[in-house]
Design a protein around this ligand. Structure first.
Ligand SMILES: [Zn+2]
Length: 727
């Protein structure tokens, strides 16, 4: 008996092999019993609070028990046990989250929507009726039994228990492979580290939703605002973001809870705990896992719709956020009979609440600059509650959409929000339009950096042309600049780039070339402080500076590059590696390219009018030219070459045909000179010929030119033309 209890409370067995006196042993037993009693009391309080929804202990009393247990475990380290309630917060994973393959895939459910304002003659609930009819037909029964439960606004989670102890928590991921977030899941007090009671299989998988209760969400955000921290956007993001924290202490500080809605035996996927889903969940609840009290069982389509309307009416009063309800055929044998179609179970349906709409007023229309420079108009709204969330902004997508809706500042508009999609403006209430409003126009300059906003014909998006200087595009610009096929700064990954920007080491790309070893080490120290990790620089001494040495060397090495790499690195919209290469060959030097007109750019192979416009707009922006000058000043250099195609001259676009013999120069000399002025010299006359130069004894070419009505010039006129252009 003594051995058993020692094992159960995790005490090292060797303790019992040591010869100890009877008094000593009795003392150890007493302390063990005290610890076991405290753990049981705390587990019981959690169970009553989260599962029974019947809190038994005041918070202060709960905290007192916890402190007592902590003190006891600190004084007697041999009492340590992984499933002690004091051990919820553990060490962070060494390197990100490991992958977890789901033995039984975590499938998503088919969705149904009930239309709030259906067109005349359309049954708003036809998708639910179709679902029930399909189930009835497949099973050959009428009014089958369904389990019903809310569809929670959180993050789906798989919990694995072995011998009653929580060993793994994994996210859904893509359904087949998720992330191992065990350390974070352990901090969620609603999830028992150890199952209660008895009778569980050796291996058990419980699925459910980790969510953030509305009250906890509000309290957390109030605290954040008071303390100057960052509030969470909504409870769903709160749950998902909290579980994906690398530091479990952060997760532990977030008010998270859990509801179970599935149970499996991973070693035997076909085995069931009971004949019905609702009965199986009652067993799971008995083992200490919370099951939503607003779940139940109903019969037939009217039962489903009745539940849907009832929950919908009570939605705002529920302590957790939901976006619909879930129906499941209750009997497992019937579920098996129905099976799956296209990876979704035929026996379940998610019935979503309709998207909600509200009217409000547009106070301003701003533009937001995305990380690649796209300018998106955004309506700033008088705050309005839509589907349980306060909406203050709505996307207008692009200038065409603004024009289509004709949204103006001062307008009353209908705003729609569906699920966690960004709210959007649906339409303007024209009857309420105030006098003297004006149609909206895309501003001429970027609100972030002041560069010109340009929109090329045929493109939906307008964009900020200050790609190299715009703070909104900085991170993406540096990432691209440093990438392998651009300037190839080995080791400068996204995390370092983010920290360099966050701690103000880099404003523009040229700043990269001013960074010293000391800057990198200081940056890393600040990042470690912010993330609350033990400084590697302290831990490992000298070796930990090697990465910074390497980075400084990589930045230095990147200075010697090629024109084509440099052009690609600039991140001009539409200019990929292949185009950068063509442009480098064609122009030979950066200055020649920067001064080329749109017309000259379109003469380059594969450069169309949109790309030419982007290139011209990029170099037209003074701020970009300054950024390039700064890079060259910092030492970035390359070999410039002679242009391999003639730069457009005064005769660009003209096609000339030579015929007969000339007296003052040879045919080849004439050809070279014409080409040096940008003309193309062709061997035969066609409609595209600009003019023909006829020398002595011109033959059939002259006849053809006459027939086509093409201009004919003599040698004297040719010499005049060449002289006029300095050839
Ligand atoms: Zn900008």
């Amino acid at each position: 008996m003594a051995d058993n209890s020692a094992l159960n409370s995790g005490v090292d067995c060797r303790e019992h092999l040591r010869p100890t006196g009877p008094t000593m042993s009795a003392h150890v037993d007493a302390i063990q019993q005290q610890a076991a009693a405290l753990r049981a009391a705390i587990d019981d309080a959690n169970y009553r609070y989260y599962v029974l929804d019947d809190p038994s202990l005041p918070d202060a009393e709960y905290d007192r028990l916890m402190r007592e247990l902590e003190a006891l475990e600190a004084a007697h380290p041999e009492l340590a046990s992984a499933d002690s309630p004091t051990r919820r917060v553990g060490a962070r994973p060494a390197s990100g989250f490991a992958e977890v393959r789901h033995v039984i895939p975590m499938l998503s459910l088919a969705n149904a929507f009930s239309d709030a304002h259906p067109p005349a003659g359309v049954d708003p609930d036809h998708e639910v009726r179709d679902f029930v009819r399909r189930v009835e037909q497949a099973l050959g029964i009428v009014d089958p039994e369904f389990s019903v439960e809310p569809k929670f606004d959180g993050l789906a989670m798989s919990l694995r228990y072995e011998h009653g102890v929580l060993v793994q928590g994994a996210t859904r991921g893509d359904g087949t492979t998720g992330e191992d977030v065990t350390a974070n899941v352990r901090t969620v007090k609603a999830i028992p580290l150890k199952l209660r009671g008895a009778g569980w299989p050796d291996a058990l998988e419980v699925r459910g939703e980790v969510y953030m209760p509305k009250a906890g969400f509000r309290a957390y955000n109030e605290r954040m605002l008071r303390e100057g921290g960052k509030p969470l956007a909504n409870p769903r993001n709160g749950a998902a973001g909290s579980l994906r924290q690398l530091d479990p202490r952060v997760t532990a500080s977030r008010p998270l809870a859990f509801y179970a809605y599935g149970v499996y035996r991973p070693e035997d996927p076909d085995a069931v705990l009971a004949h019905r889903y609702t009965a199986a969940m009652a067993i799971v609840r008995g083992w200490g896992l919370p099951v939503c009290p607003q779940s139940g069982a109903v019969r037939g389509v009217e039962g489903l719709l009745g539940y849907f309307r009832d929950i919908g009416a009570r939605r705002d009063q529920l302590p957790y956020g939901i976006d619909g309800v879930v129906y499941k055929v209750d009997r497992y044998d019937q579920q098996r009979q129905l099976g799956f179609v296209a990876r979704a179970p035929r026996w379940a349906l998610a019935h979503k609440f309709p998207a909600e709409e509200q009217s409000t007023r547009v106070e301003a229309i701003d533009i937001q600059i995305g990380r690649t420079g796209a300018a998106t108009p955004v309506a700033r709204l008088q705050p309005v509650g839509v589907a349980g969330v306060t909406v203050t902004n709505a996307t207008l997508h692009n200038a065409d959409q603004v024009a289509r809706l004709d949204v103006r500042v001062g307008d009353s508009v209908i705003v729609r929000r569906a699920g966690d999609v960004i709210p959007e403006v649906v339409r303007v209430i024209l009857e309420r339009r105030p006098a003297h409003t004006r149609p909206w126009k895309m501003p001429a300059h970027c609100p972030v950096c002041g560069s010109a906003i340009v929109r090329e014909d045929g493109e939906a998006a307008a964009r900020c042309s200050g790609g190299l200087v715009c703070a909104a595009q900085r991170r993406e610009a540096i990432r691209h600049f440093a990438s392998r096929r651009a300037l190839d700064i080995d080791g400068l990954g996204e995390r370092y780039i983010e920290d360099l920007i966050a701690f103000d080491y880099v404003h523009s790309i040229a700043d990269l070339y001013t960074l010293t070893l000391g800057d990198f080490l200081a940056m890393k120290r600040r990042a470690e402080e912010r993330d609350g990790v033990i400084p590697e620089t302290v831990k490992a001494g000298k070796i930990a500076t090697k990465w910074a040495d390497n980075l400084v060397a990589a930045i230095e090495a990147s200075k010697a590059t090629t024109l084509e790499r440099f052009l690609f690195a600039l991140g001009i919209p539409e200019v990929g590696e292949a185009t950068a290469k063509t442009l480098a060959r064609h122009f030979g030097s950066l200055d020649a390219l920067a001064h080329a007109s749109e017309a000259e750019l379109t003469e380059v192979d594969d450069v169309g009018p949109i790309m030419a416009a982007h290139i011209a707009a990029f170099f037209a922006e003074r701020r970009n030219r300054e950024a390039i000058a700064a890079l060259r000043k910092a030492g970035v250099h390359w070999q410039e070459t002679a242009p391999q195609r003639k730069v457009a001259g005064p005769l660009a676009g003209q096609t000339v045909v030579l015929t007969g013999s000339l007296s003052k120069l040879t045919r080849d000399e004439a050809k070279d000179k014409l080409e040096s002025l940008g003309a193309k010299v062709a061997g035969s006359v066609s409609k595209k010929t600009s003019f023909v130069v006829a020398g002595e004894a011109a033959g059939s070419k002259l006849d053809k030119a006459r027939a086509l009505g093409i201009e004919i010039r003599g040698e004297a006129q040719l010499l005049e033309l060449l002289k006029a252009h300095g050839a």
